[in-house]
Ligand binder design. Structure first.
Ligand SMILES: O=C(CO)COP(=O)(O)O
Length: 260
């Protein structure tokens, strides 16, 4: 079973819609000279909601080899939910993906496992592929080891969910996010393998073998190859380094080390 490597850039709350246009143009230019290297990797950006229309127009007008998605969605489809954004609206903007359950949403916006589960279903109702984030805090790591919390979060998020509707899992240890201290490739592999075992149990071996599991947390050009060499790590969810065009395109180029 081959899984196409996936390099995803989570811009978080950075770049307004005008900046996003200049950024995507430069990124596409920077990637174009590496086309032969990344032809079989998938690259996607996750801009703020307000940029999505601009990014969509640019990517479709110039037929750029980039996917895109949103950083969150509402668990509801429409109605009196001030400030929320429906998956239906994201689908209308051609988003392929939506990040769900990022630790910053869990931490600063009190998103529980139940809310994350409802959001995964909402994404599926609208044909969006969730990029489902799970990960342990430093405290969890110390008390329970690396896998326990991510595995529990995955089980809760997928309770009652039909995984065949599409799923990408991102393992992001909270302590590694924005800290400059990435997990070791061995830890990323250990947790990715544990997550894949849960997918096999819930959805069968075939779906587990075809679902991409990303690592996220202080990924940069200097360490991407070490993660992609691990058999169960299929790509990266990149935060800070996705805002630096040279760094992000170097990360994308490193995909050629997969399976090396
Ligand atoms: O949270 C992340 C991606 O979703 C990772 O962020 P950094 O790459 O900045 O550590």
């Amino acid at each position: 079973m081959t899984r196409t490597p996936f390099i995803a850039g989570n811009w978080k709350m950075n770049l307004d819609h005008l900046q996003s246009i200049a950024f995507v143009q430069k990124l596409a230019w920077s990637l174009s000279d590496a086309k032969h290297d990344f032809a079989d990797a998938e690259v996607a950006v996750f801009p703020p909601f307000t940029d999505l229309r601009s990014v969509q127009s640019l990517i479709s007008a110039d037929d750029l080899p980039l996917g895109f998605g949103a950083q969150d969605l509402s668990q509801h489809d429409s109605g009196a939910y001030t400030g929320e954004v429906s998956g239906a609206f994201l689908a209308k903007l051609d988003c392929a993906y939506v990040i769900i359950g990022h630790s910053e949403r869990r931490q600063y916006h009190a998103e529980t496992d139940e809310v994350v589960n409802a959001k995964v279903s909402a994404a599926h109702r609208h044909g969006l592929v969730p990029v489902l984030c799970v990960g342990e805090t430093a405290e969890d790591l110390e008390q329970h080891g690396a896998s326990a919390v991510p595995v529990a979060q995955l089980r809760a998020a997928l309770d009652g969910v039909d995984v065949s509707k599409g799923l990408v899992v991102a393992y992001e240890p909270v302590w590694a996010i924005g800290s400059g201290q990435a997990a070791t490739p061995e830890q990323a592999q250990q947790v990715a393998a544990a997550l894949r075992a849960v997918l096999a149990e819930l959805a069968g071996d075939e779906l587990a073998a075809s679902t991409r599991i990303l690592y996220g947390g202080s990924v940069k050009a200097a360490n991407i190859a070490s993660f992609l060499r691990e058999p169960d790590v299929d790509g990266a969810l990149v935060g800070g380094a996705s805002l630096d065009i040279d760094e992000f395109s170097s990360i994308v180029r490193f995909k050629k080390h997969v399976g090396a």
